[in-house]
Design a protein. Sequence first.
Length: 170
Amino acid sequence: MTDEEILNRAYSVGFEFEKKYHGCAQCTIGALYEIFPELKNEDVFRAASGLGAGVGLTGEGHCGGLSGAVMVLSQICGRKLTEIDDPEKKRYTAFRFGQEMVLRFLEHYGTVTCQGIHMKLMGRSFDLWDPKDKAAFEETGAHNRICPSVIGNAVLWATQLLLQTRGTLR
């Protein structure tokens, strides 16, 4: 498969995962694992359970797509517990990847927060713990097209970074 085919698939897989399963952080991770099955790690996937919709469905934190992408990128190049005493180990690739993902979200959406992205794409934010607001969220097409497009982009951008650095990561 060419890089272009992988990138086209990345967006599509991310979009479909969010549309079908919901849970933006886990859907980003699951889609990246489908693109890069050699990375699959159930513990990382499970650790993302509470990160959806700006952490705990609050909308207050950053987008779960950003969280999930940075988790997978850090999974392959982040500092290990056995390296915790090495202050320089944390400064390189994982931080660079995280910074790049934030910059892409800012460039595309003007924000990294779940609520901010909702405001930009749906004209308002939502309290996903409130049944009426949750219904209004769904009526906007949030899980049919809006959030899936955000996750599609997160998976695409993370895939671009992984392909750019292929062969240079430890």
